[in-house]
Design a protein. Structure first.
Length: 150
């Protein structure tokens, strides 16, 4: 036969493993899609005021939280403390969207939703006018802290 080559056993094994890996990825993707479909159907029923098959109105599925960068310490929820640390070492005002990823890298627990994280950060910094200042539209900076008098 012209142009046809019989692959070696190692080539066949490699193709089998590659195909198995692709199948596993596709099955995982399919499972996630089926889960989203069920959740969407339940939300659609709930929005129409109907009960779901199980007899209750479903809760909106929760997205997984962002995973901290490898090597980071355990999760921390001191939002204002971490933000202050980042802003005081940056040397220049920063946007919330620039601060949040750095906080996650330091171990801050993210909600998994960018808007929620920015709102959480804004609330923490806006509630501490002696620690943070909104220097210009959307730019935040850390104010120098006065040392307690002894």
């Amino acid at each position: 036969m012209a142009g046809f080559r019989i692959p070696s056993l190692s080539e066949i094994d490699t193709q089998i493993e590659t195909t198995k890996s692709k199948i596993a990825d596709l099955q995982s993707h399919l499972s996630a899609l089926e889960g989203f479909k069920v959740a969407a159907e339940q939300l659609k029923l709930a929005s129409k005021g109907r009960k779901t098959v199980a007899g209750h109105v479903p809760i909106t599925p929760k997205l997984p939280a962002a995973v901290p960068i490898a090597g980071a310490q355990k999760a921390v929820n001191d939002t204002s403390g971490i933000a202050y640390q980042i802003l005081s070492t940056s040397g220049a005002p920063m946007r919330l969207s620039e601060i949040v990823p750095r906080m996650v890298a330091l171990g801050w627990t993210s909600s998994g939703k960018a808007r929620t994280d920015r709102n959480r950060l804004w609330s923490a910094m806006n509630g501490m006018p002696k620690k943070f200042r909104n220097s210009s539209r959307g730019m935040w900076e850390a104010l120098p802290q006065q040392k307690p008098k002894n």
